[in-house]
Design a protein around this ligand. Structure first.
Ligand code: TXA
Ligand code: MG
Length: 355
């Protein structure tokens, strides 16, 4: 077990934050809660500490990390050529689950950006994360605190399950608030490109800050991303060890799930289903384990429980699980991106037989 300290997520004890900052200052790596998922942090100006994060996660070195900041002054320390329009946008979206990709300053270590000229930056809206960055007085480089390829951690237990003793300290601030990672947008391009959908959805961006992002297929979780554009989107991600088949949302999906499940059970598979409350009756009907992420009417609830549900797939006695898709409105786009990636391309349309 790594050293773990419990904190009140809304009012963290300054002494405990100071203890974690000491670990970071000495080049250690610390897992901490943000409003989206847990991050695994290092001092952003310590290349050696950043390299350790990659090693511990098993993350390819060509997948850059996000720099977490606590003030606009810190933003200007890490990026250059930021227009006042962009600052106006960030003043509305930060602190929050939004990551911007901008031109980096030369002082940013190559380890953080995988030698790219651009850097991803985010000001998180979590009292623990903000207190930690502020007390350190420097940005914290942090990817999600999961083993590479696994579902992101939404609790300290998930972090420990994946990384164990290889982290120096875990700050346990309970369950994260949102459950899916931040929206990532490259604002250096015209039009701006959505690299990863998250809680700040495209309609919101257009309505509230007036930016219309282009949405490439890979942001929906389909197809391959171009390496230079979206380095992190090419890897299999969020996946349980067990095979997952995703059924895309469509009218009459309940029937599609039922038919596919019966077909697979008939072929001798032990099944589980990951879906929403409204279809949970299928569990009893088919005699299979049904893992619900929440009500279809409350996509924030589904987002919050998504990674926990994907992790619990591996704890069932099933050989194969069916994931039930939802529509892409609002945070639905982020949920579907994660589910499509978790299925590793095993995606079927409603009514298609399992090949
Ligand atoms: O909510 C979040 O964003 C969480 C919390 C901890 O802040 N962090 C997170 O980090 O999800 P990570 O490393 O798991 O995902 C960061 C994503 C990756 O897909 C990465 O490829 C992309 O951001 N990214 C980072 N730097 C980039 C850059 N310079 N250009 C393009 N994409 C970049
Ligand atoms: Mg990640």
């Amino acid at each position: 077990m790594p050293k773990t300290i419990r904190v009140d997520p809304l009012a963290p004890d300054p002494e405990k934050i100071a203890e974690a900052v000491e670990v970071l200052s000495k080049g250690g790596i610390v897992a901490f809660p943000t409003e989206t998922v847990y991050g695994l942090g290092a001092d952003a100006y310590n290349p050696r500490a950043i390299r350790r994060i990659f090693e511990v996660k098993g993350r390819p070195m060509d997948n850059p990390v996000i720099l977490h900041i606590s003030s606009f002054n810190m933003l200007f320390e890490v990026v250059e050529d930021v227009s006042s329009d962009i600052i106006d946008i960030l003043r509305v979206l930060w602190p929050g689950p939004f990551t911007v990709v901008l031109k980096k300053r030369p002082s940013i270590p190559d380890e953080a950006t995988a030698k790219l000229p651009l850097v991803a930056v985010r000001m998180p809206a979590h009292p623990v994360a903000l207190a930690l960055i502020e007390k350190l007085g420097r940005p914290i480089a942090a990817p999600s605190a999961n083993r590479s390829g696994r579902p992101s951690p939404t609790t300290a237990e998930h972090v420990i399950e994946d990384l164990g003793d290889s982290v120096d300290l875990v700050i346990d601030g309970g369950e994260t608030f949102l459950g899916v990672e931040s929206t990532v947008v490259d604002l250096t391009r015209k039009p701006p490109i959505l690299l990863r959908p998250g809680p700040v959805d495209p309609e919101y961006l257009e309505r509230v800050v007036g930016i219309k992002v282009s949405i490439p297929d890979f942001a929906r979780g389909l197809g391959e991303a171009e390496k230079a554009l979206a380095p992190g989107m090419r890897y299999r991600h969020y996946a349980p060890d067990k095979k997952l088949i995703l059924i895309e949302d469509a009218p009459g999906i309940a029937r599609c799930v039922e038919d596919l499940a019966k077909d697979l059970i008939g072929k001798g598979y032990k099944l589980c289903i990951v879906g929403y409350d409204e279809l949970s009756y299928l569990g009893d009907l088919l005699g299979v384990e049904y893992i619900s992420m929440g009500s279809k009417g409350n996509k924030f609830e589904i987002a919050k429980n998504l990674f926990k549900a994907l992790r619990s797939v591996d704890k069932t006695n099933a050989d194969l699980c069916i994931a039930v898709g939802i529509d892409e409105k609002g945070i639905g786009l982020a949920i579907m991106n994660r589910l499509r990636k978790a299925s590793g391309g095993n995606i079927i349309k409603c009514g298609d037989p399992y090949p």
